[in-house]
Design a protein around this ligand. Structure first.
Ligand SMILES: Cc1cc2nc3c(=O)[nH]c(=O)nc-3n(C[C@H](O)[C@H](O)[C@H](O)COP(=O)(O)OP(=O)(O)OC[C@H]3O[C@@H](n4cnc5c(N)ncnc54)[C@H](O)[C@@H]3O)c2cc1C
Length: 595
């Protein structure tokens, strides 16, 4: 059986001690009511939901999956009741706008709740997460009338939301979508087209489903500049909020897939369905990005949550499994063998997973903090600075977290040997569930292109410089502390590599059109590792201040895992630098016919 206890103590450490969330919330009028008690309640109640409500449905949901018959999708047994409980508790609208019934909780906090849900049951979690992203887009771009009509029931969880972008011939390249929107005389639009791979496109969890659909008006410009966004409900909503007739939206089939089997992935047909414009005509992609950026951070956290449950399951197994002897003498002489933890290679695997997970958790909260500052801070300069950082870091979170998520699930699976490959311990499911996160919400390759193209080259490295300057401030704070020497020198060298590589990337991209595409993934990994080194240095600084007054080992273990990261994982930045330096020639040399 999989093992999972929400890492509440670790979450409190990151939120309260590393990022001093309380001080920040008090400085922003929209968050000043978020007290320590509220945080405590959300983390402890969230942990109960994850452990007691969602975890027990994870394996059974995977085994049964979603069923499709005559256009109707049935989710696995227990999902509907669990969703109802989540909705009744107000959890679906946790981060929503209070004006329309949301709870207004800051992102720094909601990322931690999301991590717990993803860890316990990724397939289930996609339903409420899509509704949260949907509501964010509606709240940011829809008319007041639409918001009033739809948001309260989205936040209450009575209705669910989807995002409908992908078509059979249009995935990464949304500029070529064919779904049409024809204007009606009454201001509404008739939407016709087929969308595929739509998560939660049809299901039995809620009484209504609202779709956000990308489509093109007949006279719109070609490519991504001619895309508009529409709200298309499954059932029309009457003026008294009751549900009316069914719209011309139907589910054609669901996909049979590798993982997240409890999440319905649907073909959705729009046959002259009535929809309403959200945002301006031809600005649909920009509006949809509000939802996609939210989802990208969230999908990153899918990788993190799965990495955490994989770690806990593997660590628990390693303690119990007796196999072989410690090379420096038996540790358990009364038994026929020692446990797996005596073997350095098993420790290497477990420490790697833990070091990536803990840095990832801190980084998720850090990015959540920038999102909160960008949204709520009264000071405009601070809002702009935070928004620039969010732009830079979103593709890194999505891509680095999900690549590491899969890698960490596989590494944890390896700790169990053959027992990791069979169903009983759950590891094989985590591997299958983690895999999709590298693909949807824009593949990780596309994220890397977004990073090097829009977020680095276009502004000549300005955002990277902001981020690295922050790290240099931390370096100056710890320069004289001999106990943090390992963190100081690790982070310092990494910053230097980033500065050099960024300058070279900008210069080389001007000369070689293939350069950015050829180095994008390596560069993203370089910034990912650098971000984690920054997080570990921040955590180590706080841990060191507390270590002498603590007899639980919590802070001591932070320092141990942090040092492991710096000594054993961070040196990958040197290899990445060499690889990036080599440019595009080795990649572009071979002719197409030779593939
Ligand atoms: C389970 C599941 C759930 C999904 N949920 C949703 C959803 O809710 N809503 C929705 O709209 N979509 C959804 N998707 C679709 C998903 O977002 C797309 O599959 C994804 O964006 C990639 O598109 P594609 O599959 O067409 O691949 P393609 O775009 O054909 O890409 C194929 C490969 O080529 C690479 N590539 C393509 N173009 C470039 C380029 N310019 N530069 C470099 N590399 C490139 C890609 O990185 C990828 O490796 C879902 C998909 C799945 C499988």
């Amino acid at each position: 059986m999989a093992v999972y206890k929400a890492p509440v103590r670790d979450m409190q450490f990151v939120l309260n001690e590393v990022f001093l969330a309380d001080n920040l919330w008090q400085s922003m009028p929209d968050t000043e009511e978020v007290s320590g008690d509220v945080v405590e309640a959300i983390l402890t109640e969230g942990a109960k939901i994850a452990e007691n409500l969602l975890l027990p449905l994870n394996q059974s949901g995977d085994e049964v999956g979603c069923q499709f018959e005559n256009g109707v999708v049935t989710t696995p047994a227990g999902f509907k009741e669990a969703y109802q409980q989540l909705a009744d508790g107000g959890w679906v609208g946790l981060g929503g706008n209070p004006e329309f019934g949301g709870q207004g909780m800051p992102k720094m906090l909601t990322v931690l709740f999301e991590e717990m849900l993803y860890a316990a049951n990724t397939a289930f979690t996609l339903y409420p997460i899509l509704s949260a992203g949907f509501s964010l887009a509606l709240n940011s771009h829809a008319s007041q009338e639409i918001k009033q009509k739809y948001l309260p029931k989205m936040y209450s969880g009575q209705w669910a939301g989807t995002m409908c972008l992908t078509e059979p011939h249009a995935g990464s390249d949304l500029g070529i979508i064919r779904t049409k929107a024809i204007p009606n005389a009454d201001g509404a639009y008739e939407i016709t087209g087929t969308k595929i791979f739509i998560t939660g496109g049809e299901h039995d969890l809620t009484e209504n489903i609202l779709h956000l659909v990308l489509a093109k008006l007949p006279d719109s410009p070609a490519g991504s500049k001619g895309i508009s966004l529409f709200l298309v409900p499954k059932f029309f909503v009457n003026d008294d909020d009751s549900l009316g007739e069914r719209n011309q939206v139907s589910c054609g089939s669901i996909e049979h897939k590798m993982g997240i089997k409890g999440s319905a992935t649907c073909v959705v047909n729009f046959d002259g369905a009535i929809g309403w414009l959200v945002g301006e005509i031809n600005q649909g992609l920009a509006c949809m990005f509000t939802m996609m950026n939210y989802e990208r951070l969230s999908i990153g956290i899918q990788g993190l949550g799965l990495g955490e449950i994989a770690y806990q399951s593997a660590a628990s197994y390693a303690k119990e499994r007796l196999q072989g002897r410690a090379v420096d003498g038996p540790k358990n002489p009364d038994k026929y063998a020692d446990n797996l933890l005596v073997h350095p290679d098993v420790r290497r695997m477990l420490l790697s997973v833990r070091a990536y997970n803990e840095a990832g958790r801190a980084f998720a909260v850090y990015v959540g903090m920038q999102l909160d500052i960008a949204k709520f801070h009264p000071n405009e300069t601070k809002r702009e600075y935070a928004a620039d950082l969010v732009a830079l870091l979103t593709p890194i979170v999505k891509s680095f977290f999900t690549d590491k998520g899969l890698e960490m699930c596989i590494m944890s699976q390896q700790v169990l040997g053959g027992h990791g490959y069979v169903k009983e311990w759950g590891l094989e499911q985590f591997v299958r569930d983690a895999r999709i996160a590298q693909i949807y919400e824009g593949t990780n390759g596309i994220q890397a292109m977004d990073l090097v193209g829009r977020k680095v080259f276009r502004n000549q490295g300005q955002y990277v410089e902001l981020f690295l300057s922050e790290m240099k401030v931390l370096l100056s704070e710890i320069a004289d502390d001999s106990s943090l020497q390992c963190f100081y020198s690790g982070l310092k060298s990494t910053i230097e590599i980033c500065e050099k590589t960024t300058q070279q990337l900008i210069a080389s991209a001007k000369k070689d059109p293939n350069y950015l595409g050829a180095v994008a993934v390596d560069y993203l990994n370089l910034l990912g590792l650098t971000s984690y080194a920054y997080m570990w240095t921040k955590m180590a600084k706080v841990a060191l201040q507390q270590v002498d007054q603590d007899d639980t080992g919590f802070y001591q273990n932070k320092l141990i895992v942090g040092e492991f990261f710096i000594q054993r994982l961070l040196p990958q930045v040197y290899a990445l630098q060499i690889s990036i330096d080599s440019g595009s020639s080795a990649i572009m040399k071979m002719g197409d016919e030779a593939f």
